[in-house]
Design a binder for this molecule. Structure first.
Ligand SMILES: Nc1ncnc2c1ncn2[C@@H]1O[C@H](COP(=O)(O)OP(=O)(O)O)[C@@H](O)[C@H]1O
Ligand SMILES: [Mg+2]
Length: 357
């Protein structure tokens, strides 16, 4: 129940705020995605206001003149003359007062993707792209996500969450037990991490200890997961406005070039992972991976878009690794890549997300 909606006439430009940056480890990735989204919006149809959220949580909005002129071209690292709004709530209220029609959060990880921001926007009556607060919070947490998916019968690698005392006192002999139970290598993850920065692959008990040392802090919780060898696929879902329901996009296969996993370098560097779309997989696997992406989207109550990361294991089973509710949005990112495969350009994808919201 938006409280400040305005009537939008035929010739009116839709007022859109694109949020980027934020306090998470994915700050830089978010800035590149946000910039691309701003550039993709047709200024004759959208009145775009970019909003850069600094690492310390300050919100920066461009001077009014710059917004009125149309395409705001800017360098998110040089915000001279931009207005700083202290604190999330005043900033969101300022957007509501404008009044904004739709907020596009190109934010990943903590704050932007974990439901915090979504709850604030819902309270202010602002429409936004993507999932609501509760679904975002669940999908952000790899442990909760896997518990729910396992309950609903999805295959996901065996895992357990470590107790807080264990994390702080050190695992001691437990490290050996974990390796014995789940096999080596073991995957250690911050359940709230993203962009592979908070994932470690450990070959033995000693490496498990090193991984914990590296991850905590900032992690306050840790999960241990069995390493599943296989091929990495990702299943993107977007809302189809004509059909009025979510649809799965073509599957993308990710082949890391050097690293053993799809790590930060493989994700974002120019010599990073190879991304194949259409994925060179049998049609039955393609259809099954799409079905899983859609089913995960539905079971978790996600909206607008999502991307489910999968491993096709050596037995041919598709195992769910994790779900992203605000996946990367640079033109090279996986969801735009998959959309292109059905003839949907990057600007068309962005417009689809905005109109769906
Ligand atoms: N259980 C696992 N078995 C094999 N590889 C894994 C496993 N978990 C994670 N990985 C590798 O680490 C990458 C990042 O893990 P993921 O769970 O997707 O976290 P995030 O992308 O949020 O950092 C995956 O894309 C994959 O390459
Ligand atoms: Mg992932």
């Amino acid at each position: 129940m938006p409280s400040r909606t305005r009537r939008i006439g035929r010739g009116d430009r839709l007022r859109v705020a694109v949020l980027m940056g934020g306090p998470s480890s994915e700050h830089e990735v978010s800035l590149s995605g946000g910039l691309k989204v701003v550039e993709a919006l047709d200024p004759t149809r959208f009145e775009v206001r970019p909003v850069v959220i600094a690492r310390d949580g300050g919100w920066f909005v461009p001077p009014r003149g710059q917004v009125a002129r149309g395409v705001p071209s800017f360098d998110p690292h040089r915000l001279d003359g931009w207005k700083r709004i202290r604190g999330t709530l005043p900033a969101i209220l300022a957007l509501a007062e404008w009044p904004v029609d739709v907020v596009v959060p190109i934010l990943h990880g903590r704050f932007g993707e974990d439901g915090t921001l979504q709850a604030c926007m819902a309270a202010a009556g602002i429409a936004f792209v993507g999932s609501g607060s509760a679904a975002s919070a669940i999908a952000m947490d790899k442990v909760h996500t896997k518990e729910i998916l396992a309950y609903h019968g999805f295959a996901t690698p065996p895992f357990e969450e470590l107790a807080t005392e264990e994390i702080h006192r050190g695992l001691g002999d437990r490290a050996e037990d974990l390796v014995a139970e789940h096999g080596a290598p073991l995957v250690l993850k911050d359940p709230l991490g993203g962009s592979s920065l908070e994932v470690r692959i450990a070959d033995d008990a000693r490496e498990v200890a090193v991984a914990i040392e590296e991850l905590v802090p900032p992690a306050t919780r840790l999960m241990v997961e069995a390493y599943v060898p296989g091929r990495e696929l990702t299943s993107a879902v977007i809302h189809d406005r004509e059909r009025g329901e979510p649809i799965a996009l073509p599957i993308v296969e990710i082949r890391p070039r050097k690293a053993r996993s799809f790590d930060y370098h493989e994700k974002y560097a120019t010599d990073g992972a190879e991304e194949l779309c259409p994925a060179p997989i049998p049609e039955a696997v393609e259809q099954e991976a799409r079905r899983i992406g859609l089913a995960v989207h539905e079971v978790l109550g996600l909206e607008g878009l999502s991307r489910t990361d999968l491993i096709l294991d050596e037995q041919g089973v598709l195992q769910v690794l994790e779900v992203n509710t605000l996946p990367g949005m640079t033109e090279q990112s996986l969801v735009p890549r998959a959309a292109r495969e059905i003839g949907m350009s990057f600007p068309a994808l962005v417009e689809n997300l905005i109109r769906t919201a």
